[in-house]
Ligand binder design. Structure first.
Ligand code: PMP
Length: 463
């Protein structure tokens, strides 16, 4: 073979550059760097995962001509398709319908079959993309490998063996914090584990979109109501077994508007041609760096992983019409945000989990409310609603002197003061109430009737 050539394109996976952010991170003291995983030959960090998964499939007996089935939002698909093209496997991918046309087209370009499923169904619904993938894998057995990135340990292991050591080789001891968006958890759990083993003080920071389950679960231990958001590839409405939340030192939440505005800035100001989850990770990392500054902590060397490229989002994040239609451009007036709904001067009523059932009932009565957030110190641990108290009292064993702690439930979603009213409408069709959190503190609670009142007032004043 000619000198300087690689045996095939899969040998070009990895060795992605690390670059300093010069403009978008000017407001923080820490030095912020990005790892350009979007420069991998399949277009994302998932190339590393695909190589490891296919090696595992071959160990389990997959033969050329066999099938690889996966439920994928695109990048894992492209990566598996690329490696399969070289090694002679056929791919079938199942995707949710919110994914961009570009992603679907690029999979078909590799010769893969793509099956599109509805997003608006539960994960255990037979029409969901997870379930359809499982069925297709069973139909093509035995010369078939179900990649199953959400529950296949070959996914985090790919990052443990490849991304982690590569970052350590590039940065070494100087690196203080590693930041990544949280999807399957492959990146953060795999690379995070390796980096923490090398340097136990390394901070592993996860970035989660508003609407996903991870943030609330890490912060309060509760499984709240997930709701939809536009950024692709990060956040989940269930807990994949590839995600190791124990490794995470800090979790930061970002909303779609922040993600997309940062994504555009990264391309326009830094020349980094990244997709939405890269913007999300950088927006989250900058919040983390600001937090360090506010705490007076020492500045850090922060490294953010940029998963995929802008190419796949040209018709969305980089299209002003799409951005405007979705209310992500500044000029968009819309219905306003949750901040407009929070009544100034109206004190928020909360209770501690040690409060007695009797006192909480009194509180509900006195304030004319139906539920109360339970807050210990500053930490939100859940809500207690009329029905929980009723259930407790009719159960026979429940007394008025018991603490409310054991009655706490998770039928709420958390939003921020910047969450748009349009989004809140959807949130409140699924969850009993929305709890408003700002800088980790509960600042309000919004029920369906609050939203109805707000919308009714608007209609009257417009008439
Ligand atoms: N960004 C994009 C664009 C992705 O496709 C994914 C994978 N779901 C992620 C981020 C998150 O990576 P991981 O699954 O390793 O957590």
């Amino acid at each position: 073979m000619m000198k300087g050539a690689l045996a095939d394109i899969s040998k070009a996976v990895g060795n992605t550059p690390i670059v300093k952010l010069n403009k978008v991170a000017q407001g923080v003291r820490s030095d912020v760097y990005v790892k350009c995983e979007y420069l991998n030959p399949g277009g994302s960090h998932k190339d590393r995962v695909a190589l490891n998964m296919i090696a595992e499939a071959e160990r389990q007996g997959l033969k050329p001509g066999g099938y690889i089935v996966e439920a994928t939002s695109g990048n894992t698909g492209a990566a598996l398709a690329l490696v399969s093209a070289i090694r002679g496997y056929k791919c079938i991918f199942v995707m949710p319908d919110k994914m961009s046309q570009e992603k679907i087209a690029s999979l078909r370009a590799f010769g893969a079959r793509v099956v599109v499923c509805p997003t608006a169904v539960e994960a255990d619904d037979p029409r969901s993309y997870y379930q359809v993938a499982k069925r297709l894998a069973a139909e093509h057995a035995p010369n078939c490998y179900y990649a199953n990135q959400y529950h296949n340990q070959a996914n985090p292991e790919g990052h443990y063996k490849s991304t982690g050591p590569e970052i350590w080789k590039q940065c070494g001891e100087e690196l203080d914090a590693f930041v990544a968006g949280m999807g399957t958890g492959g990146t953060i759990s795999g690379a995070g584990k390796f980096l923490k083993e090398q340097k136990p003080s390394m901070k592993i920071v996860g970035v989660d979109p508003v609407g996903s389950l991870y943030y609330d679960f890490v912060k309060s231990g509760r499984i709240t109501k997930p709701f939809t958001y536009k950024v692709e590839g990060i956040g989940e409405d269930f807990f994949p077994s590839t995600m190791n939340l124990k490794l995470i030192d800090e979790i930061v939440r970002v909303d779609d508007r922040e993600c997309f505005s940062m994504t555009r800035d990264l391309v326009r100001l830094e020349g980094l041609y990244v997709g939405g989850s890269g913007g999300a990770a950088v927006a989250g990392a900058i919040k983390y760096a600001k937090m360090l500054d506010e705490q007076g902590a020492k500045k850090e060397n922060i490294l953010i992983l940029l998963p995929d490229s802008a190419q796949k989002y040209l018709s969305k994040i980089f299209n002003d019409d799409w951005m405007r239609e979705n209310g992500f451009l500044e000029e968009e007036a819309g219905l306003g945000t949750v901040r407009d709904l929070l009544r100034p001067g109206h004190a928020l009523v909360t209770a501690a989990s040690t409060a007695k059932v009797r006192d909480v009932i009194e509180k509900l009565k006195a304030q004319g409310i139906s539920q109360v957030p339970i807050v210990d110190g500053k930490k939100l641990v859940g809500i207690v609603a009329e029905v929980d108290l009723l259930r407790h009292l009719v159960s026979g064993s429940g007394t008025l002197d018991s603490p409310v702690g054991p009655l706490v439930e998770g039928d709420y979603a958390t939003v921020t003061p910047d969450t748009k009213i349009e989004l809140l409408q959807g949130v409140l069709t699924d969850a009993k109430v929305a709890i408003v959190i700002d800088a980790e503190q509960v600042v309000g609670i919004v029920s369906k009737i609050d939203l109805i009142e707000f919308l009714a007032k608007r209609t009257t004043s417009a008439a």
